[in-house]
Unconditional design. Structure first.
Length: 473
């Protein structure tokens, strides 16, 4: 089973948020870059989740390629059934050469049957050369093939169905990419807000420390520590801006937007509770396009095996033709008076042709190969089912873990904010040092970022679970 994926959604999103969540703890090893301007952020095209999903279904290159493959499969099935259509062909021939044992010569062509008419013996030498010509119109029509074309048509239909299921699978994958990157943009914005707030608080503490040092109320080390913290948070703010731009680039690629960056608008909506695990497993095995594509592929191979066996059956064909011929060679009764250059002698024919193969070792080898391929596809169906069950279980577990972790993250954020308020009050009253306040600030900022990441994890895990059970098809 092959899956096409423009973006490694889970890896990209996790790496993106890991980078964003570590901006506060990173040392200021590089100079801060200019932050993105507000005008540049608001100038970007913006989509809600529903708009992004609808746009991706119509414009995503992966899905458009999948639809093109469906059309190819449909036409392949039509080409098999086209063998029941009559074949009409024509030929025009002219020769000049020896006519040993014949009064005319012509070649058979694929679309026109030219029965050999005439049995007069003509004696001559190598030097006796005469012209001959023919023009003809022929018709062929399959009458009965003992089920060979029906088996081939069934195989083509099953392959077309497998192609449709693979397209549905790619649609689910693209929807998961779009939804995951939509939530990644929102999470990156939440991280950026936490970084921006931390920078503003650091700037306020730096100004307070500067005034206190100038008045001799605090030692100079408090000012240098405040300036170091401000620089560190400025780097974190810049990196947070960069994380937003990276998420917007991945979001645009997932949606298939022509712009390099695409912004997300809206909030993470609370959806209905997840279906029970047993019900989800049953639904997935019934509706998952990957499993159904594997089954259709097996059906197609079984039909090909039957079609190969039917090659041993006879075939009945109707043939009819109208032709004009002429040959310049004399017969035993003497010259015919025909020049041979113009096909002036009319002929017509109609007949039934029955063909039956007696032995063909190639057909035996192809049947054996097709039966072996059936066994491979049967095992692949089982592998696909087991992989699907594992994906559902993993997605279900990931969602439960992320959901159960959210209350603790919220409590940690509230406690960190209270701890910061207490440390800030103690610092203003001169009861604590700048180190204590910096630790409280780092704890608060980190808890706010971890809460944003936790909410993203819940949204992404829910989307992954819905993808694994083929929700929406």
């Amino acid at each position: 089973m092959c899956r096409v994926s423009l973006i490694p959604t889970r890896l990209s999103a996790l790496v993106l948020l890991w980078a964003a969540s570590s901006v506060m703890a990173a040392p200021p090893t590089t100079a801060s870059e200019p932050a993105l301007s507000a005008s540049a952020m608001t100038a970007l095209p913006t989509m809600t989740l529903s708009e992004a999903l609808a746009y991706a279904r119509q414009h995503q290159p992966t899905l458009r390629a999948a639809q093109a493959r469906i059309e190819v499969a449909k036409r392949a099935a039509q080409s098999v059934r086209a063998e029941w259509l009559p074949q009409l062909g024509a030929t025009a021939q002219i020769f000049y050469g020896t006519m040993n044992n014949s009064t005319a010569m012509f070649l058979g062509v694929r679309t026109t049957d030219l029965p050999r008419i005439g049995g007069s013996r003509s004696d001559g030498s190598w030097a006796d050369a005469y012209p001959s010509s023919v023009i003809g119109l022929g018709l062929r029509q399959n009458v009965y093939d003992f089920g060979r074309l029906a088996a081939l048509a069934m195989a083509a239909d099953a392959e077309a169905a497998a192609t449709r299921y693979r397209a549905a699978q790619e649609e689910l994958d693209v929807a998961l990419q779009v939804e995951s990157m939509f939530y990644a943009v929102l999470a990156a914005k939440a991280v950026e807000r936490a970084a921006e707030d931390a920078y503003k608080r650091a700037a306020l503490r730096r100004d307070m420390a500067k005034v206190s040092v100038e008045k001799g109320l605090r030692p100079p080390i408090d000012l240098t520590r405040a300036e170091a913290d401000l620089t560190r948070f400025e780097v974190g703010r810049t990196r947070a801006h960069g994380s937003i731009e990276s998420a917007q680039a991945l979001f645009a690629a997932a949606v298939g937007a022509p712009e390099p960056l695409l912004d997300a608008s809206g909030t993470v909506e609370e959806s209905a509770p997840l279906a029970p695990l047993g019900q989800a497993l049953e639904q997935a095995l019934t509706h998952d396009p990957g499993v159904r594509a594997a089954l259709e592929k097996l059906v197609s191979q079984q039909a090909l095996t039957r079609a190969t066996i039917r090659q041993w059956a006879p075939s009945l064909t109707l043939t009819a033709g109208v032709s004009g011929r002429a040959g310049g060679a004399p017969s035993n009764s003497g010259p015919s008076g025909q020049s041979g250059w113009l096909p002036s002698v009319p002929n017509w024919d109609i007949g039934l042709i029955l063909q039956a193969p007696l032995f063909d070792g190639v057909l035996l080898a192809r049947r054996s190969q097709s039966q072996a391929q059936e066994e491979v596809l049967k095992q692949e169906v089982e592998v696909t089912r087991r992989r699907l069950l594992a994906e559902i279980q993993r997605a279900y577990t990931s969602f439960r873990i992320a959901e159960s972790s959210l209350p603790a993250l919220q409590s940690a954020t509230v406690a960190a904010q209270k701890n910061y308020d207490q440390a800030s009050a103690r610092f203003r009253a001169g009861l604590s040092t700048s180190v204590e306040l910096a630790d409280a600030e780092a704890l608060r900022t980190d808890s706010e970022i971890q809460l944003a990441v936790g909410r993203f994890e819940i949204a992404r895990a829910r989307a992954t679970f819905h993808r694994s059970i083929a929700s929406g098809l």
